[in-house]
Design a protein around this ligand. Structure first.
Ligand code: BDR
Ligand code: CA
Length: 311
């Protein structure tokens, strides 16, 4: 199996991404590192521990990460994910405790200890931990096999400002450090995640499962009062983060373009915007695979089949 470390701010959709990875024998989840994002880091850490316990995987270590972005004040998303960060999950308080070592230190240690090209980073929140590790230890960059990150938006516009997607907006400086790191990089922006919203028909298979995991996922992403349904009038909620894991498992379902992506860190109106050179109008070197389409129905049926394994 492919070794991954999941860097995350659970987060309702983060939770589903983590469960999808745990359910997939092609992937070995070596660790979870947490970050402040949807809710403060103490809570995202607790949520990661609770999810591992639910999945019977308390053997996977959790390393608590950055409490705030590199240079900007924290921004959170309780308006989407609730005070707990996993509204609707209603998981019991975990017994599992996070490690004493912090996320960035662990990332540096593990990337130096393991063979070069062993570890893939799956990034589901603001990129503060990854940027911190890369800044303190630039020697780890060539040792990372791949970074797969949910973040950015071009065609769709932003979901936290008119121009910026949440993860890149919260820590634009960190995102730019990752863009520049020279690590093979795949981005799953809103341009693709908004094509895979959780409509009732896509959730029908999950509704039939009736397992503790499926019921929990449905309480989070299938809820009647889901943010995107109320605010945008969509047929279902968004399910961003699981597409990162989906791309690792089933890349043939996705379409993307290799191009240059840079993150705006200065202009107030465009803070955190992903500037995507889709049409190669600059001579900047392509640094990312910018995913902009997916076969959503196939994705949901494969996701359902995987979550059924966590019965
Ligand atoms: C991203 O922001 C968070 O709220 C979600 O978990 C996802 O990672 C979408 O913009
Ligand atoms: Ca997230």
């Amino acid at each position: 199996p492919r070794s991954i470390i999941i860097d995350t701010d659970p987060g309702q959709d983060d939770a589903v991404a983590i469960l999808l990875a745990l359910a997939s024998s092609e992937l070995k989840v070596e660790a979870i590192t947490t970050v402040a994002g949807n809710v403060p880091v103490a809570q995202t850490t607790k949520n990661a521990c609770a999810l591992l316990e639910l999945a019977g995987r308390a053997d996977i270590p959790v390393f608590p990460g950055a409490a705030r972005p590199l240079h900007r004040p924290p921004v959170s998303a309780e308006h989407v994910h609730g005070q707990s960060g996993m509204e609707g999950a209603n998981l019991p308080a975990p017994k599992l405790r996070a490690q004493a070592m912090d996320a960035a230190t662990h990332l540096v240690d593990v990337l130096r200890a393991r063979a070069a090209g062993d570890i893939t980073l799956v990034c589901l929140g603001p990129l503060t931990n990854i940027a911190t590790a890369l800044t303190h230890a630039p020697d780890i960059a060539p040792r990372i096999r791949h970074i797969v990150a949910m973040g950015g938006a071009q065609r769709e516009g932003g979901n936290i400002t008119p121009t910026a997607e949440f993860n890149f907006y919260v820590d634009p400086h960190a995102a730019q450090i990752v863009m520049e790191a020279g690590v093979p990089l795949t981005l799953l922006p809103l341009d693709v995640t908004h094509r895979a919203i959780a409509t009732p028909s896509r959730l029908a298979g999950l509704r039939d499962l009736k397992t503790p995991v499926s019921e929990m996922v449905l309480r989070m992403i299938g809820a009647e009062d889901r943010f995107e349904k109320l605010k945008y009038g969509w047929e279902g909620g968004a399910l961003h983060d699981p597409l990162t894991v989906g791309w690792l498992l089933w890349p043939e379902l996705f379409h993307g373009v290799a191009c240059n992506v840079e993150i705006e860190v200065d202009a107030p109106l465009c803070m955190g915007q992903s500037v995507v050179d889709l049409w190669k109008v600059t001579d900047r070197t392509p640094n990312a695979l910018w995913i902009n389409d997916v076969e959503p129905d196939v994705f949901y049926s494969l996701l359902t089949e995987r979550l059924a394994r966590l019965a």
